[in-house]
Design a protein around this ligand. Structure first.
Ligand code: PEP
Ligand code: MG
Length: 883
């Protein structure tokens, strides 16, 4: 096997396609060399040797020694210097370079090849004794630290003392003689700690460094970094050995880092920093303040020290040309390291630059417009979830944060406001024009009005699909859920956390993107939905096959969804309309009625309200399909709790309060999620669904008559397990339709379908499709019932499950493709077999998750439905999935 690959001096044994073999750094050095850019010559020992190194117990086979000798000879040939030669020594750097970048995780040794003799040669050839002794001093210090693993504190101390002795503050004040003395001290330190003298044989130095770099792959910090970033240990690292070039050879030398475009805003401007007379680490170490690259940037910042453009105009011109070459060649924004040695420019590294969401969007659109990349490539360059950052106001990154607690990042965006502990106060204060943050132990449907009124929501309990999280995402409200460690007393209107108290009216700030809870006000910045965003969305729409709908039930949510490009409503949860203050009494009266007659009295009160809700939604969504789901949640969620609520209901229903309370007690359920909910409500109280169906059809005809375009309602039956349930409920809906059509003397088109959210329904999909005209996969419940994991209680243990690799991701966030996914695939297949044109969609929270959307594309669903603020994310993810 070949392990050594050369580059530089007109030779390139590898290229950017060899990232797996040569690591990112090595592959790109070879690539830069091959396109004629000035790269100091060198060679890469491939990642394949990393495994061999560990298998061989950390030793080097003769074949590798031979290959490395050829590599060194290559560098010597190009530079004209000789490794270990006392008169004109070759110095090299030894650096790691894995497939994935692991910034700062692994080891580097610079100035290797210096010893007591070659240092004199370097002094002579460079004409700068101070430089030579400083390089030797740095080399010993780095080698002692990285390779010999000695206590580096002692070296720092010796350096400090050397400066103090002379009353100096800067390293640069030390003279050649001072440094020579320091080198002697360093060597003594090595000998004392290591019991052996500092290696004078340059080949011993080299093999020591190579071993240390391969060894650093298994260091604790590298292991932790790999675990956090999903980098397999088997990948290994490569080692790059390269001729040293020096940015610290005086005023015509410099070193710097740069981006070919602004990585934070995305502007097409060179962006970076450099330091005159400095070595690489000095720029990042922050000891000296780096100077700007361009004159414009310097002027904008109001900085004094000359920019590179001003200080070294010629080399700057060369560098700018290299930036353009690199961008054209790699067709992406590059992150670069360079050194100028006595006016000669050298490129030390290039790679795709990391960037903010905003910059990613701008760069992708700009590059496509510049003709550098295709529209398809632009689509693939933007991480769908990153759009989230752009759609909500975000906290000013420069603002101070007084973080008092941390929870789950349940709904993105940032919000500040006065703390309130109940929904009614939230609504009242908001009506008075106050910004409020609603704080609850957990939320229930009764809190909806308060959640709507609030700028942000904080809960102590509940996971990513808890009520608070789902509703907040739907409304586009920032939400931090399950913030363990806080205790809330709604009664006393106080929240306690880590010895601090937040009382009603105190200002709080939430960051729904990170899950942070902060005391006081933190400034925010508004989103920009302008140009680039719209452009990329148009391109995405051109390539995607999956339709994107929204989960929305208020006209406001529907409008937001439409603005974000929703192509219909995939899930209108009608129960959310039942919590309106004006209606809740009638709803309660209906639930607590003991017979059909009593229920009908209450339902008659609800009918006009439901009808006008639907009419508004149909109007907003004119020309687009709207899936209305009939009542789903367990009835107990609507029950009154407080005395005055019971009184109101008793009065409205004309019965006594004790009877009412007895009835409420009867409705108690041990496991409401698996209890009297979904179509079970319709089976036992068909008049509820009948009223809802009537409201839908009356509204549809009203809108058709008013606007001339008839909406196409899709009536959806929840929690179906058997065909018979669907048949019974479909009969109720069809009967209501027939009655309304006769009364109004006109008909409209409609569909009746079902949610597939129980494993039995998925299995029996073939049969159910005989009656159902569409399926919408309710993956929240389907996940809950397939995994047997309560969606409301999962937060307590799912973290541990993900950590231990039982599930790769939270299955309530990203579809468990292997399990739940198999059920969906099977149901889609069986459904289609019965009814080839059956409409298939998904409306669980997964409808807004890019990985789940990719799965939906793979199995050929017709649409995904996501909360309004996720619609653009879904559009982009659907486009990526189609490419
Ligand atoms: C589901 O179960 O996936 C669904 C969309 O319904 P809900 O979340 O309202 O139960
Ligand atoms: Mg459901």
């Amino acid at each position: 096997t070949q392990y050594v690959y050369r580059f530089g001096g007109g030779v390139s044994d590898g290229g950017s396609g060899d990232r797996n073999l040569l690591g990112g750094k090595g592959a790109n050095l070879a690539e830069m060399a091959s396109i004629g850019l000035p790269v100091p010559p060198g060679f890469t020992i491939s990642t394949e040797f990393c495994a061999v190194y560990y298998d061989e117990g950390g030793s080097f086979p003769q074949s590798l020694r031979d290959e490395v000798a050829t590599g060194i000879a290559h560098i010597e040939g190009v530079t004209g210097k000789t490794f270990g030669n006392a008169a004109d020594p070759l110095l090299v750097s030894v650096r790691s370079g894995a497939r994935a970048s692991m910034p700062g995780m692994m080891d580097t040794v610079l100035n290797l090849g210096l010893n007591d003799e070659t240092v004199e040669g370097l002094a002579a050839t460079s004409g700068d004794a101070r430089f030579a002794w400083d390089s030797y001093r740095r080399f010993i210090q780095m080698y002692a630290d990285v390779v010999l693993e000695l206590d580096h504190g002692a070296f720092e101390e010796a350096l400090e003392i050397a400066k103090e002795d002379q009353g100096f503050t800067l390293d640069t004040e030390l003279s050649a003689d001072d440094l020579r003395t320091l080198v002697a001290e360093y060597k003594a330190l090595v000998e004392k700690q290591w019991n052996k003298p500092f290696p004078q044989d340059v080949h011993d130095q080299l093999w020591g460094a190579v071993g240390a770099v391969f060894g650093s792959w298994q260091s604790e910090r590298a292991k932790v970094y790999r675990r956090l970033n999903d980098i397999p240990a088997a990948w290994g690292t490569a080692v790059n050995i390269q001729a040293m070039v020096f940015g610290n050879m005086g005023e015509t030398s410099a070193t710097g880092v740069a981006f070919t475009r602004d990585p934070s805003k995305g502007d097409r401007a060179y962006y970076g920093e450099f330091l005159i007379n400095a070595q690489g680490e000095d720029v990042v170490a922050g000891i000296r303040t780096p100077q700007y690259l361009t004159k414009t940037a310097r002027e904008e910042a109001g900085a004094k020290p000359a920019s590179m453009e001003e200080a070294m105009p010629e080399v700057y011109g060369e560098l700018a040309a290299v930036f353009d070459t690199l961008e054209t060649h790699y067709r992406d924004m590059q992150d670069i390291e360079f050194t100028v040695e006595r006016t000669k420019l050298w490129m030390l590294q290039t790679r795709s630059g990391k960037r903010t969401a905003k910059a990613a969007l701008k760069i992708a659109v700009d590059m496509a417009n510049e003709g550098l990349i295709t529209h398809e490539e632009a689509i693939l360059r933007v991480e769908p979830m990153a759009l989230d950052q752009l759609l909500h106001p975000t906290l000013d990154p420069n603002a101070h944060r007084d973080v008092i607690a941390k929870g789950l990042p349940a709904s993105p965006g940032a919000a500040s406001g006065a703390a309130v502990f109940d929904a009614d106060t939230a609504e009242r204060w908001a009506a008075d024009g106050k910004a409020v943050i609603l704080i609850r132990t957990e939320t229930s449907p009764e809190d909806i009005h308060g959640m709507h009124a609030a700028k942000g929501i904080l809960t102590a309990r509940g996971g990513m699909t808890s009520h608070a999280a789902v509703v907040a995402r739907g409304m586009g409200r920032p939400c931090v859920s399950g913030a363990g460690g806080i205790s809330i007393s709604a009664k006393d209107k106080v929240m306690r956390v880590a010895g601090r108290e937040v009382r009603e009216g105190d200002t709080l700030t939430l960051d729904g993107t990170t899950g942070e809870v902060m005391a006081g006000l933190v400034a925010t910045v508004q989103p920009e939905l302008a140009g680039d965003f719209g452009t990329l969305m148009v391109w995405a729409d051109e390539v995607r096959r999956l339709k994107v709908r929204a989960n929305a039930e208020t006209p406001l949510d529907c409008r937001t969804a439409r603005e974000f490009g929703a192509e219909g409503v995939g899930l209108c949860r009608t129960e959310h309309m039942f919590f309106d203050a004006a209606r809740i009494t009638a709803v309660r009266q209906m639930i607590l009625a003991t017979d059909e007659k009593g229920r009908r009295v209450a339902l008659d009160k609800l009918l006009p309200a439901q009808r006008s809700d639907f009419a508004e939604i149909f109007e907003v969504m004119a020309g687009l399909p709207v899936t209305v789901r009939l009542l789903d949640p367990p009835l107990h969620e609507f029950l009154p709790h407080e005395e005055n609520e019971f009184e109101e209901v008793a009065q409205a229903a004309g019965i006594d309060i004790d009877t009412l309370k007895r009835r409420a007690a009867e409705l108690h359920e041990f496991n409401p999620m698996l209890g009297h909910r979904g179509c079970r409500l319709g089976v036992t109280y068909p008049e509820i669904y009948e009223m809802q169906a009537r409201a839908i059809f009356e509204a549809a005809i009203d809108v058709a008559e008013k606007s001339g375009t008839a909406p196409i309602p899709e009536v959806m039956i929840p929690l179906v397990a058997t065909k018979r349930e669907l048949d019974l409920m479909k009969a109720v809906v069809d009967k209501a339709a027939k009655a309304v059509f006769e009364e109004r003397g006109r008909t409209i088109e409609y569909l009746v379908g079902t949610m597939i959210e129980l494993p039995r329904a998925a299995l029996k999909a073939g049969e159910i499709a005989e009656s159902g005209e569409f399926f919408s996969f309710g993956t929240n419940d389907l996940t809950q019932t397939t995994l047997g994991v309560s969606r409301d209680d999962a937060a307590r243990f799912l973290g541990a499950y993900v950590e231990q690799g039982i599930y790769a991701k939270d299955p309530f966030v990203s579809i468990d493709v292997e399990g739940v996914g198999e059920l969906i695939e099977l149901a889609a297949e069986r459904g289609r077999k019965t009814r080839p044109d059956i409409k298939l969609g998904i409306c669980g929270e997964h409808g807004g998750d890019p990985a789940s959307i990719a799965f939906c594309e793979k199995i050929g669903l017709d649409y995904v439905s996501a909360s309004p603020y996720r619609v653009p994310i879904a559009r982009l993810a659907a486009a990526q999935a189609a490419l």
